[in-house]
Design a protein around this ligand. Structure first.
Ligand SMILES: Nc1ncnc2c1ncn2[C@@H]1O[C@H](COP(=O)(O)OP(=O)(O)OP(=O)(O)O)[C@@H](O)[C@H]1O
Ligand SMILES: [Mg+2]
Length: 392
């Protein structure tokens, strides 16, 4: 459009060249986006400061000018690689609602007659059209940006909706399983098992187990949502590593023994303290050890240990269990992800998602290594108290 107006101006004013310069984003420089003459490439490669040359000067004063014999004008500057010949120039600012958009010129090269005042008036009228064209292009570009922005937001919103739906489906599924067994247990009790006290006792124990499973799911959901929404800020204190490893591991010792597993705690005595929320980390260790117990067949060994690196302590929980298929390994930290639903028994698949949140909130990393059939090791790192304090 601008090129059409410039061509029109050049032809109607019997000129050799016409140029349109626009103010760049900084508001301080002019760059030619249209140049129709022999040296178009050179002109387009040059930027002018406001005030520089006749073009820059018109941009600054806002007054259209007619300069016949421009070479003698003291403001004249030479564009590199263009010939040094005298020319006649009409030059007018382009403005929309008092906002400077740029400058338009027409040029007659040496040997042609100079312009007349009527030419300048006509040129100013053309410049008004150019200004409207520039404003329209700007509005269109802004509208286009806004539309793409909206499309992006909408896409993100859809993805969030999808995740939320998936999440709700998973929760419903996980709650339905213990509910179905509760229903069956209660029916069995009502249908006569109550009259057989030893059987009734067994059924009540199962009822209690199922209620525990549901309570744990609800507790984990609450933990996860509190951690993810940042509602449960960490209570960070300089903490001995043993404080969040020994008590949870000892608490699980009876469960390990029932499963005929050896549970070893091997902590070096000289570990530096870490900056930690002891309760949240105990929860992480509990889940890792509990997983190791669930996924290790009788006779196996579970080791909980830690070592110090410069600036961080690495904790690991190793088992000699069933391991995790390589395909599942990258996904086990996702909410509700279970490597093998058939084998994974009572669990919601939230434990590792929570663990990852807690460790990352501490500025640490968590990951797993596993060989299917021979065991898994879960690692996490925590900054030492001195390193954490030095960077905060
Ligand atoms: N030590 C392990 N050995 C083998 N597989 C494991 C081990 N730890 C975790 N997994 C796999 O990763 C999955 C996710 O573990 P996560 O702790 O998140 O969930 P869960 O133990 O199934 O349920 P929850 O912890 O919520 O009760 C498990 O279901 C299991 O498939
Ligand atoms: Mg778990």
């Amino acid at each position: 459009m601008l090129e059409r107006i410039a061509t029109h101006a050049r032809d109607l004013l019997a000129a050799n060249d016409s140029e349109v310069y626009l103010v760049d984003a900084s508001g301080e420089r002019l760059r030619a986006i249209v140049a129709l003459g022999a040296y178009a490439a050179e002109i387009k490669a040059t930027t002018l400061r406001l005030g520089e040359g006749i073009v820059g000067s018109v941009a600054l004063t806002g007054e259209a000018e007619m300069v016949n014999d421009a070479a003698r004008d003291p403001r004249s500057i030479k564009i590199p690689a263009t010939p040094d010949e005298s020319e006649s120039i009409l030059c007018t600012p382009l403005r929309f609602k008092n906002r400077l958009q740029g400058v338009m010129t027409v040029v007659r090269t040496a040997g042609q007659a100079g312009f007349r005042p009527a030419d300048l008036e006509f040129f100013k009228a053309l410049a008004g059209q150019a200004a409207i064209a520039i404003e329209n292009a700007r509005l269109y570009a802004a509208e286009h940006d806004r539309a793409s922005e909206l499309a992006r937001t909408l896409e993100q919103q859809r993805e969030l909706d999808r995740l939320k739906n998936e999440f709700i489906q998973n929760i419903s599924h996980e709650l339905r399983t213990p509910l179905a067994s509760l229903k069956a247990l209660v029916e069995t009790l009502r249908d006569g098992a109550l009259d057989d006290p030893p059987a009734a006792q067994r059924f009540l124990d199962r009822v209690e187990d199922e209620v525990d499973v549901m309570a744990q799911i609800v507790q984990e959901l609450l933990d996860l949502s509190r951690t993810e929404s940042g509602q449960a800020p960490l209570q960070l204190k300089s903490t001995a590593v043993a404080d969040f490893i020994v008590p949870p591991a000892q608490r699980l010792q009876p469960q390990a023994e029932r499963a005929r597993l050896t549970l070893n705690i091997e902590l070096p005595g000289d570990l530096p303290p870490v900056l930690a929320d002891c309760e949240r980390l105990s929860q992480v260790v509990t889940n890792l050890v509990h997983n190791a117990i669930k996924f290790t067949p009788a006779g196996g060994t579970i080791t909980v240990s830690a070592f110090a690196n410069p600036d961080e302590v690495t904790v690991f929980v190793r088992d000699t269990g069933i391991g995790i298929p390589a395909d599942d390994l990258p996904r086990i930290f996702e909410r509700f992800y279970k490597a093998d639903r058939a084998r994974s028994g009572g669990g919601t698949g939230l434990g590792l998602a929570i663990a990852r949140h807690v460790i990352q909130a501490h500025g640490g990393r968590i990951w797993a290594e596993s060989v299917e059939g021979s065991g898994s090791t879960f690692w996490f790192t925590l900054p030492t108290a001195s390193a954490a304090l030095a960077t905060s």
